[in-house]
Design a protein. Structure first.
Length: 272
């Protein structure tokens, strides 16, 4: 009997056969599935699953990460559905359980969690060797980051405006930033009672703002532009702070993108 792999929901999955039909509702997981060589078994993806660009075009869309078209997924007859605790709504996932035999739940919260993610999908879809290669590459990047002494910076990582929104310290994004000694403000944990993982705030009522060294405007989910940077640089409340754009995919996408993302952050920190 084949060993079973346990997902983030505690569900054990047996190895899928070569006839597995996979729908991914997570953009970074879709990219990872292709990196594992599962091209022929990926039958559905969201409209936000845009990498690798030359391959995802051939895969039918089933809506967004939250606005999911149940009938479109049903028509694809998937054997496996890949979801994420943060990105997909539980109610929708429960509806999908009615006709999808295997739902694999993911929830990486740190860059190191990608090692278990590679192993999980590698075990389920018989790509253990490919998963090990990715793990070795990621471990190399993690060692590089750990060996370098980066100057400590307090950062405000913006993901939305109207209202302004940022990230709590127990998010994957904050954990990625800590690899280069960047620490997010405000100092809140999304898992705390009443706290949000992606809190909103007002620049006029942010007592922690004085301690911020650098403001990072992410390219997603809100697409900040240079015009937003220029506007914030004119704001007297932010005088003296470094304000710049940052590639949100490199920071927030787990899976195979984390390997490149760690290198990207090291270069950003070195250029400070």
């Amino acid at each position: 009997m084949q060993p079973r792999a346990v997902d983030a929901a505690g569900v054990a999955h047996e190895m899928a056969g070569t006839g597995a039909r996979i729908v991914s509702l997570v953009p970074s997981i879709t990219e990872l599935l292709f990196a594992l060589g599962l091209d022929r078994q990926i039958v559905g993806r969201t409209g936000f699953c845009v990498h690798p660009r030359d391959k995802v075009r051939q895969v039918p869309k089933v809506g967004g990460t939250k606005a999911i078209k149940l009938d479109a997924i049903r028509a694809l007859r998937p054997t496996h559905l890949i979801v994420n605790i943060d990105e997909n709504e539980r109610e929708t996932v429960e509806q999908l359980r009615a006709f999808v035999p295997h739902i694999v739940v993911t929830h990486p919260q740190t860059p190191q969690d990608n090692l278990a993610l590679y192993a999980l999908l590698g075990a389920i879809f018989d790509r253990a060797q490919e998963a090990r290669r990715l793990a070795e590459a990621l471990e190399g990047r993690l060692r590089e980051a750990a060996a370098h002494e980066f100057a400590a910076q307090n950062v405000l990582y913006l993901i939305w405006r109207e209202p302004w929104m940022t990230v709590a310290r127990d998010t994957y994004i904050a954990a990625m930033l800590r690899l280069v000694n960047w620490h997010t403000l405000p100092d809140v944990q999304g898992g705390a009672a009443g706290a949000a993982r992606y809190p909103s705030f007002d620049f006029d009522h942010a007592p922690w703002l004085d301690a911020v060294d650098r403001i990072l405007l992410s390219s997603e989910p809100y697409r900040f532009t240079e015009a937003h940077c220029i506007a914030l640089k004119r704001d007297p409340r932010l005088a003296g702070k470094r304000i710049e754009l940052i590639d949100g995919e490199m920071v927030s996408w787990y899976g195979v993108r984390a390997i490149e993302g760690i290198g990207y952050l090291q270069r950003q920190a070195a250029a400070a």
